[in-house]
Design a protein. Structure first.
Ligand code: GDP
Ligand code: MG
Length: 199
């Protein structure tokens, strides 16, 4: 349960259909991966509580459909968000082109100036099918001044880091991405809920 003391942080995922937005969200929220493809027809939001030495933190994750039809309403959502993850599939060049030609420009045009942006190449576990070189994507992230990671929702690689980075928690002295000495101090997920909103 969210308490009135919990600090709330919100983030949103954007990117083409099929890049792994739902899978990455599920991996962060539940720690699980489901290889079936279940289309997201609307924006879904999930939450996760982190019980940290600095108090309870409530992270709300919005998983969008990826269809451009929802673009205009998604921009309203961004106004009170802390971060946005722009996702492409490293095994599908056209999804990276969409980031360059569409998603980055759109988010930077409509987002509040302090929204933290993280560029993410997903499905790195499929290394033999890679079509987007890490260095090319890193260069794009430098040009736009955004953070960059490669992830796998399947293996879990870098998933926690991306979500903590997007809400500016990565590097705090309790974060669970490697800097915590005492496991008791690790943030613990408390609850999961799903909601579907037709926007
Ligand atoms: N191998 C692999 N498959 C993935 C990964 N992430 C997602 N997928 C698969 O890609 C397909 C589309 O994923 P989904 O999360 O529904 O994409 P979305 O449309 O962006 O939400 C599904 O079959 C997933 O199981 C990953 O990191 N590795
Ligand atoms: Mg989806």
């Amino acid at each position: 349960m969210q308490t009135s003391r919990a600090k709330t942080l919100k983030l949103c995922l954007f990117g083409d259909v099929g890049v792994g937005k739902t899978s990455l969200t599920d991996r962060f929220i539940t720690g699980m991966f489901d290889r079936r493809y279940i289309p997201t027809y609307c924006a879904r939001h999930h939450h996760k509580y982190l019980d940290t030495p600095d108090g309870e933190i409530y992270i709300q994750v919005w998983d969008t459909s990826g269809t451009r039809r929802f673009r205009s309403v998604d921009s309203r959502l961004l106004q009170d968000f802390n971060g946005a993850v722009l996702l492409y599939d490293v095994t599908n060049l056209s999804t990276f082109c969409s980031i360059q030609q569409y998603w980055l420009q759109w988010v930077q045009a409509v987002a509040p100036a302090d929204l933290r942006l993280v560029l993410v190449g997903n499905k790195v576990d499929r290394s033999s099918s890679r079509q987007v070189k890490e260095e090319v994507a890193r260069q794009l992230s430098r040009e736009h001044g955004v953070d960059f990671y490669e992830t796998s929702a399947k293996s879990g690689q870098n998933v926690e880091k991306v979500f903590l980075e997007a809400v500016s928690l990565l590097g705090t002295d309790w974060d669970s991405s490697g800097s915590v000495e005492d496991p008791k101090e690790m943030p613990q997920p408390i609850e999961r809920t799903n909601h579907c909103s037709v926007l």
